[in-house]
Design a protein. Structure first.
Ligand code: SF4
Ligand code: SF4
Length: 362
């Protein structure tokens, strides 16, 4: 602090309230989708005599693996697969947000990220009271644990990208994929003791250690973190005005040493802008375009994230690729034996379909 005792105080308004509002609205939307989907399940269970026949397409946002397969199928065939078209557009919207504002989905929209943040704030207060600081895992153990989400991501992407167009079409059009959202509903509605314990442990770990799930295990976040490297925006620190107070690093939920770098290049940066809001010096920590070094207004990030999401999902709606075309009676029929619908393809099946695809291509 000695080198620059006098500085111009940062009077810029914090963006955190707006971020909290956006996160809350999106979480409420997800809850609403959950309620509507439970009514649809009731409709299936009662052969259409109760509940609601409306299946909310937004539920497909919770099927990222199916959506990634749809995207890869689209890249190969030029066709948007009709089983979970909304999932395809939601996935592209999230990818789009990450390409512009790094891993912003995690800190602006993701309901799991939001919950992690809330319990992490609560946990921080407790650990700061007891230990006078946040708990931080030993550096090398942290590197090892962070690699787990990349291993999971590598497993999923390798499995998907090794599938031919025919194999993808077979999977995407199969009963397992059609019912994947219903199966997910039953997984949580009739949660097994083991799954309950695992989720409970992850929840507790997220209280003790901020963003435990997001930082170490979420393959979706890993994917978005990698995409973030392509983003034209970065948090930048002006070393000539910085007073080395370290408040930015202290505020960063991703444990990034913002006070030690000029440009934040970490895959863990979610563009939450907590660091910028914590910085006490004017024009010292800013979100900038890499190429022009031009400062980006914080409100533009809020607006940008929401607009990208609404524009791309809206495109799905206006082009008629939102509601899937699976008839309700097919859903009712499949739901009768939903527990016996298993994954349709072994690696041997995929190999055979890939070979068939190669034969056709020749
Ligand atoms: S570096 Fe700043 S914007 Fe990035 S995660 Fe940390 S606090 Fe958020
Ligand atoms: S950039 Fe970080 S260390 Fe420098 S003045 Fe701002 S908060 Fe303090």
């Amino acid at each position: 602090m000695e080198k620059k005792e006098k500085f111009i105080r940062n009077k810029e308004k914090s963006i955190q309230l707006i971020r909290f509002i956006v996160q809350t609205l999106f979480a409420l939307l997800c809850i609403w989708i959950g309620i509507e989907f439970s009514q649809f399940i009731k409709f299936l269970e009662t052969n259409g005599t109760a509940g609601s026949g409306y299946r909310p397409p937004g539920v497909e946002g919770f099927l990222p693996i199916s959506s990634l397969m749809s995207l890869y199928y689209f890249l190969q065939s030029g066709i948007i697969h009709p089983v979970h078209p909304a999932g395809f557009f939601i996935f592209i919207a999230i990818v789009g947000m990450s390409l512009v504002f790094r891993k912003s989905f995690c800190s602006w929209l993701c309901p799991i990220g939001f919950l992690s943040e809330l319990v992490g704030d609560f946990g921080d207060k407790i650990t700061r009271k007891i230990f006078k600081r946040r708990i931080k895992i030993w550096k090398y153990l942290d590197y090892f644990l962070r690699s787990l989400k990349y291993l999971l991501l590598a497993f999923f992407t390798f499995s998907i990208f090794s599938m031919s167009e025919i194999a993808l079409a077979y999977f995407l059009g199969g009963d397992y994929n059609i019912m994947s959202d219903v199966k997910m509903y039953y997984f949580f509605a009739n949660i097994s003791q083991t799954a309950f314990i695992v989720i409970g442990v992850l929840f507790l770990l997220s209280i003790i250690y901020r963003n435990f799930w997001c930082r170490y295990l979420c393959p979706y976040g890993a994917f978005l973190g990698l995409l973030g490297f392509l983003s034209p925006t970065r948090i930048k620190r002006n070393t000539s005005t910085c007073i080395d107070c370290g408040l930015c690093a202290k505020a960063c939920p991703s444990f990034i040493k913002v006070d030690k770098v000029i440009t934040v290049n970490s895959d863990e940066c979610t563009s939450c802008m907590n660091c910028i809001d914590a910085c006490p010096v004017e024009n010292t920590l800013e979100l900038k375009y890499i190429a022009s070094e031009k400062k980006i207004n914080k409100k533009l990030v809020a607006l940008g994230v929401v607009i990208i999401f609404l524009a791309i999902t809206g495109l799905g709606m206006i082009t008629g690729n939102w509601q899937n075309k699976v008839p309700k009676d097919v859903y009712i029929k499949l739901n009768k034996n939903v527990n016996s619908i298993g994954h349709p393809m072994s690696s041997e099946d995929i190999k055979k379909l890939n070979e068939e695809s190669e034969r056709k291509a020749k």
